[in-house]
Write a protein of this length. Structure first.
Length: 183
């Protein structure tokens, strides 16, 4: 979480039309919950634009990029690869090892989430295949729980820089303030 070693999220696969909102939400969730960067497949340009727009307005640092070689990105990753899958080891059993690799050993993490069927190569390339429960659900939910476990809740306190606007938390109602108006 903007510490020394990076946490990046790779969205594997994107079916235009059907996956538009899910791919965008993978990026928004990665940003909101402490990842440094998201990599989208190169047919997900609309999701990239949306995430970049949110980052412009609500702050960063956060990077969104397209990749034409997601499997190559996994193979060439200089760090450790965590693949989120309902078939994997239980997150509560492996989170401490993953956290130690990231925080103590300083390994960059690539968190991989799928859309449709994920090829077996990914299971083999991953350092950890991790299940957030071993029940089928969603890449967005799996990513959110995993990031919160990885950062042990510290991501909820993060400061946002270069934001144009900021939400003021309220018991009732909605308030969004321009950052320039306050400073
Ligand atoms: C809708 S699922 C489809 C998975 C596909 N049927 C397969 O065999 O890989 C899309 C993605 O959600 C994530 N996902 C779904 N359930 C999960 C779970 N229980 N734990 C972790 N990730 C999960 C995985 O990243 C998965 O690739």
């Amino acid at each position: 979480m903007h510490e020394d070693s990076e946490v990046a999220v790779l969205r594997l696969g994107h079916r235009p039309g059907r996956d538009d909102r899910m791919t965008t939400h993978v990026g928004l969730t990665a940003r909101a919950l402490g990842a440094d960067r998201v990599l989208f497949p190169d047919n997900a340009g609309q999701s990239l634009e949306t995430v970049a727009d949110i980052t412009d307005r609500f702050g960063g640092p956060f990077a969104a990029e397209l990749t034409d070689s997601p499997l190559g990105d996994i193979r060439d990753w200089e760090g450790r690869v965590v693949h989120l899958t309902m078939y994997g080891e239980r997150v509560q059993d492996v989170e401490a090892d993953i956290r130690a690799a990231h925080e103590s050993a300083g390994d960059a993490l690539l968190l991989v989430v799928g859309s449709e069927k994920v090829s077996f190569d990914v299971y083999e390339e991953a350092d950890w295949n991790v299940g957030v429960t071993n029940q089928p659900h969603s890449e967005v939910a799996g990513l959110a729980v995993f990031l919160d476990r990885l950062f042990e809740g510290r991501e909820l306190e993060q400061e946002w820089v270069d934001a144009d606007r900021r939400v003021t938390p309220m018991e009732t109602g909605k308030r969004v303030e321009s950052v320039d108006d306050e400073e």
